[in-house]
Design a binder for this molecule. Structure first.
Ligand code: MGP
Length: 231
Protein backbone atom coordinates (compact mmCIF):
# COMPACT_ATOMS: atom_id res chain seq x y z
CA UNK A 1 0.00 0.00 0.00
CA UNK A 2 1.50 3.34 -0.93
CA UNK A 3 0.53 6.48 0.95
CA UNK A 4 0.74 9.54 -1.21
CA UNK A 5 2.71 12.34 0.42
CA UNK A 6 1.45 15.69 -0.75
CA UNK A 7 3.77 18.60 -1.13
CA UNK A 8 2.54 21.03 1.52
CA UNK A 9 3.65 23.95 -0.58
CA UNK A 10 1.27 23.05 -3.41
CA UNK A 11 -1.87 22.77 -1.26
CA UNK A 12 -3.69 26.04 -0.57
CA UNK A 13 -3.44 27.03 3.14
CA UNK A 14 -7.22 26.97 3.70
CA UNK A 15 -7.43 23.31 2.60
CA UNK A 16 -4.92 22.12 5.20
CA UNK A 17 -6.45 21.53 8.62
CA UNK A 18 -3.53 19.70 10.19
CA UNK A 19 -0.22 18.52 8.85
CA UNK A 20 -1.14 14.88 9.47
CA UNK A 21 -4.19 15.23 7.24
CA UNK A 22 -1.89 16.19 4.43
CA UNK A 23 0.17 12.99 4.62
CA UNK A 24 -2.30 10.35 5.84
CA UNK A 25 -5.22 9.40 3.62
CA UNK A 26 -8.66 9.73 5.18
CA UNK A 27 -10.07 6.48 6.69
CA UNK A 28 -12.47 6.17 3.76
CA UNK A 29 -9.76 6.49 1.15
CA UNK A 30 -9.51 3.65 -1.36
CA UNK A 31 -5.78 3.61 -0.64
CA UNK A 32 -6.46 2.18 2.82
CA UNK A 33 -8.95 -0.38 1.55
CA UNK A 34 -6.64 -1.75 -1.12
CA UNK A 35 -5.50 -5.33 -0.50
CA UNK A 36 -2.58 -7.02 -2.25
CA UNK A 37 -3.20 -10.74 -2.43
CA UNK A 38 -0.40 -13.17 -1.59
CA UNK A 39 -0.15 -16.31 -3.71
CA UNK A 40 -0.72 -18.51 -0.65
CA UNK A 41 -2.15 -18.38 2.83
CA UNK A 42 0.49 -18.23 5.60
CA UNK A 43 -0.20 -19.20 9.20
CA UNK A 44 1.74 -18.17 12.29
CA UNK A 45 2.02 -20.83 15.02
CA UNK A 46 3.45 -20.27 18.48
CA UNK A 47 5.01 -22.84 20.79
CA UNK A 48 4.80 -21.61 24.38
CA UNK A 49 7.31 -22.28 27.16
CA UNK A 50 5.05 -24.45 29.35
CA UNK A 51 7.52 -27.30 29.54
CA UNK A 52 5.23 -29.30 31.86
CA UNK A 53 2.87 -29.85 28.90
CA UNK A 54 3.21 -32.26 26.03
CA UNK A 55 4.96 -30.66 23.00
CA UNK A 56 1.80 -30.78 20.84
CA UNK A 57 -0.24 -29.11 23.61
CA UNK A 58 2.24 -26.23 23.66
CA UNK A 59 1.68 -25.51 19.96
CA UNK A 60 -0.97 -22.91 19.07
CA UNK A 61 -2.27 -21.56 15.79
CA UNK A 62 -2.20 -17.76 16.02
CA UNK A 63 -3.45 -16.28 12.76
CA UNK A 64 -3.56 -16.82 8.99
CA UNK A 65 -2.93 -14.09 6.43
CA UNK A 66 -3.26 -13.96 2.67
CA UNK A 67 -2.58 -10.30 1.86
CA UNK A 68 0.54 -8.18 2.20
CA UNK A 69 -1.34 -5.72 4.40
CA UNK A 70 -2.51 -8.41 6.83
CA UNK A 71 0.99 -9.90 6.93
CA UNK A 72 2.48 -6.56 8.05
CA UNK A 73 -0.37 -5.99 10.50
CA UNK A 74 0.37 -9.40 12.04
CA UNK A 75 4.12 -8.71 12.22
CA UNK A 76 3.44 -5.37 13.91
CA UNK A 77 1.32 -7.06 16.54
CA UNK A 78 3.57 -9.91 17.60
CA UNK A 79 6.89 -9.73 19.42
CA UNK A 80 9.99 -10.18 17.30
CA UNK A 81 11.75 -13.55 17.93
CA UNK A 82 14.49 -11.84 19.98
CA UNK A 83 11.84 -10.93 22.60
CA UNK A 84 10.37 -14.41 23.05
CA UNK A 85 11.13 -16.48 26.15
CA UNK A 86 13.61 -19.32 26.17
CA UNK A 87 12.15 -22.59 24.71
CA UNK A 88 9.45 -20.77 22.67
CA UNK A 89 9.13 -21.23 18.91
CA UNK A 90 7.55 -19.34 16.05
CA UNK A 91 6.48 -21.20 12.92
CA UNK A 92 5.08 -19.72 9.71
CA UNK A 93 3.75 -22.40 7.37
CA UNK A 94 1.88 -22.21 4.09
CA UNK A 95 -1.54 -23.44 3.04
CA UNK A 96 -2.56 -24.73 6.48
CA UNK A 97 0.32 -27.23 6.76
CA UNK A 98 0.75 -28.04 10.45
CA UNK A 99 4.34 -27.33 11.57
CA UNK A 100 4.97 -30.89 12.75
CA UNK A 101 7.03 -33.80 11.40
CA UNK A 102 4.03 -36.14 11.34
CA UNK A 103 1.87 -34.56 8.60
CA UNK A 104 2.15 -35.77 4.97
CA UNK A 105 3.74 -32.51 3.72
CA UNK A 106 6.60 -32.83 6.22
CA UNK A 107 6.89 -36.59 6.60
CA UNK A 108 9.56 -37.01 3.89
CA UNK A 109 11.08 -33.59 4.34
CA UNK A 110 14.04 -31.93 5.91
CA UNK A 111 15.32 -28.53 6.90
CA UNK A 112 17.96 -25.95 6.11
CA UNK A 113 19.25 -25.15 9.58
CA UNK A 114 20.91 -21.90 10.56
CA UNK A 115 22.44 -21.82 14.04
CA UNK A 116 22.37 -18.30 15.38
CA UNK A 117 25.78 -17.23 16.62
CA UNK A 118 25.31 -16.21 20.26
CA UNK A 119 28.22 -13.80 20.12
CA UNK A 120 26.25 -11.72 17.61
CA UNK A 121 23.77 -8.96 18.49
CA UNK A 122 20.34 -10.24 19.65
CA UNK A 123 18.61 -8.54 16.72
CA UNK A 124 20.48 -10.75 14.22
CA UNK A 125 17.81 -13.41 14.70
CA UNK A 126 15.07 -10.86 13.87
CA UNK A 127 16.86 -9.80 10.69
CA UNK A 128 17.37 -13.39 9.49
CA UNK A 129 13.75 -14.26 10.38
CA UNK A 130 12.32 -11.29 8.48
CA UNK A 131 14.60 -11.65 5.42
CA UNK A 132 13.60 -15.28 4.89
CA UNK A 133 9.92 -14.67 5.75
CA UNK A 134 9.68 -11.91 3.16
CA UNK A 135 11.43 -14.07 0.55
CA UNK A 136 8.99 -16.87 1.32
CA UNK A 137 5.72 -14.94 1.23
CA UNK A 138 7.03 -12.97 -1.76
CA UNK A 139 7.54 -16.21 -3.73
CA UNK A 140 11.25 -15.50 -4.21
CA UNK A 141 12.07 -19.20 -4.61
CA UNK A 142 10.51 -19.42 -8.10
CA UNK A 143 9.72 -22.94 -9.25
CA UNK A 144 10.86 -24.30 -5.86
CA UNK A 145 8.28 -22.34 -3.83
CA UNK A 146 6.02 -25.41 -3.71
CA UNK A 147 8.87 -27.32 -2.07
CA UNK A 148 8.94 -24.96 0.89
CA UNK A 149 6.55 -25.83 3.72
CA UNK A 150 7.51 -23.11 6.19
CA UNK A 151 10.01 -21.53 8.51
CA UNK A 152 10.71 -22.28 12.19
CA UNK A 153 12.46 -20.19 14.80
CA UNK A 154 13.57 -21.92 18.03
CA UNK A 155 14.58 -19.62 20.88
CA UNK A 156 17.06 -21.54 23.04
CA UNK A 157 19.56 -20.42 25.66
CA UNK A 158 21.95 -23.04 24.31
CA UNK A 159 21.78 -21.28 20.90
CA UNK A 160 18.75 -20.28 18.86
CA UNK A 161 17.97 -21.71 15.43
CA UNK A 162 16.09 -20.77 12.29
CA UNK A 163 15.17 -23.47 9.83
CA UNK A 164 13.39 -23.64 6.52
CA UNK A 165 11.43 -26.85 6.13
CA UNK A 166 11.23 -28.38 2.65
CA UNK A 167 8.94 -31.22 1.67
CA UNK A 168 11.36 -33.66 0.00
CA UNK A 169 14.70 -34.31 1.66
CA UNK A 170 15.80 -36.35 -1.37
CA UNK A 171 15.27 -33.61 -3.94
CA UNK A 172 18.86 -32.47 -3.68
CA UNK A 173 18.75 -30.09 -6.64
CA UNK A 174 15.68 -28.20 -5.36
CA UNK A 175 17.09 -28.07 -1.83
CA UNK A 176 20.42 -26.74 -3.15
CA UNK A 177 18.65 -24.01 -5.12
CA UNK A 178 16.55 -23.07 -2.08
CA UNK A 179 19.71 -22.90 0.05
CA UNK A 180 21.40 -20.64 -2.48
CA UNK A 181 18.44 -18.23 -2.50
CA UNK A 182 18.52 -18.09 1.31
CA UNK A 183 22.26 -17.43 1.23
CA UNK A 184 21.84 -14.69 -1.37
CA UNK A 185 19.09 -12.99 0.68
CA UNK A 186 21.15 -13.10 3.87
CA UNK A 187 24.39 -11.96 2.23
CA UNK A 188 22.62 -9.00 0.61
CA UNK A 189 20.44 -8.03 3.57
CA UNK A 190 20.50 -4.42 4.61
CA UNK A 191 22.13 -4.67 8.06
CA UNK A 192 23.27 -2.00 10.51
CA UNK A 193 26.99 -1.24 10.33
CA UNK A 194 27.61 -2.35 13.93
CA UNK A 195 26.80 -5.96 12.98
CA UNK A 196 30.18 -7.11 11.78
CA UNK A 197 30.48 -9.92 9.29
CA UNK A 198 27.86 -12.11 7.63
CA UNK A 199 24.55 -12.96 9.33
CA UNK A 200 25.40 -16.67 9.36
CA UNK A 201 28.45 -18.92 9.14
CA UNK A 202 27.10 -22.17 7.73
CA UNK A 203 23.71 -23.60 6.83
CA UNK A 204 23.20 -27.35 7.00
CA UNK A 205 20.52 -29.48 5.40
CA UNK A 206 19.20 -32.30 7.62
CA UNK A 207 16.46 -34.91 7.09
CA UNK A 208 13.59 -34.72 9.59
CA UNK A 209 13.95 -38.48 10.13
CA UNK A 210 17.53 -38.00 11.32
CA UNK A 211 16.57 -35.09 13.56
CA UNK A 212 13.88 -37.22 15.24
CA UNK A 213 16.07 -40.25 15.77
CA UNK A 214 19.51 -38.91 16.57
CA UNK A 215 21.21 -36.47 18.89
CA UNK A 216 22.50 -33.29 17.26
CA UNK A 217 26.14 -34.52 17.18
CA UNK A 218 25.07 -37.63 15.22
CA UNK A 219 22.93 -35.88 12.58
CA UNK A 220 24.41 -36.11 9.12
CA UNK A 221 24.32 -32.87 7.10
CA UNK A 222 23.26 -33.74 3.56
CA UNK A 223 24.22 -30.35 2.19
CA UNK A 224 26.31 -27.51 3.57
CA UNK A 225 26.44 -23.88 2.48
CA UNK A 226 29.04 -21.54 3.94
CA UNK A 227 28.88 -17.76 3.94
CA UNK A 228 32.61 -17.50 3.30
CA UNK A 229 33.06 -20.11 0.58
CA UNK A 230 31.58 -20.08 -2.93
CA UNK A 231 29.45 -23.23 -2.88
P1 MGP B 1 13.16 -29.05 18.90
O1 MGP B 1 12.28 -28.02 19.49
O2 MGP B 1 13.12 -29.20 17.43
O3 MGP B 1 14.69 -28.83 19.29
O4 MGP B 1 12.79 -30.46 19.50
P2 MGP B 1 15.44 -28.37 20.63
O5 MGP B 1 14.47 -27.94 21.68
O6 MGP B 1 16.49 -27.42 20.26
O7 MGP B 1 16.07 -29.73 21.11
P3 MGP B 1 17.19 -30.65 20.40
O8 MGP B 1 16.64 -32.03 20.61
O9 MGP B 1 17.28 -30.28 18.95
O10 MGP B 1 18.45 -30.40 21.13
C1 MGP B 1 12.69 -30.72 20.87
C2 MGP B 1 11.64 -31.75 21.13
O11 MGP B 1 10.35 -31.21 20.81
C3 MGP B 1 11.74 -33.01 20.30
O12 MGP B 1 12.64 -33.95 20.83
C4 MGP B 1 10.31 -33.53 20.37
O13 MGP B 1 10.06 -34.11 21.62
C5 MGP B 1 9.51 -32.22 20.31
N1 MGP B 1 9.17 -31.92 18.91
C6 MGP B 1 9.76 -31.04 18.09
N2 MGP B 1 9.16 -31.07 16.88
C7 MGP B 1 9.53 -30.24 15.75
C8 MGP B 1 8.15 -31.99 16.94
C9 MGP B 1 7.19 -32.43 15.97
O14 MGP B 1 7.13 -32.01 14.83
N3 MGP B 1 6.32 -33.37 16.41
C10 MGP B 1 6.36 -33.87 17.69
N4 MGP B 1 5.48 -34.80 18.04
N5 MGP B 1 7.26 -33.45 18.61
C11 MGP B 1 8.16 -32.52 18.23
Amino acid sequence: MSVQVFNMATIPEEQIKTESEAVVPSPNSDLLKERHQLKRTWTLWYLNDKKNLDWLQRLHEVCSVDTIEDFWMLMKNVRPPSRLNNTCDYNVFRDHIRPVWEVPDNKSGGRWLINIDRSKHPEVIDIIWMEILIAMIGEQFGEDSEQICGIVCNIRNKGSKISIWTRDCNDEEANKRIGQVIKEKLMNADIPEYINGPLFDTMRYEDHDDVQQKSSSQIKSKLIISSTVNN
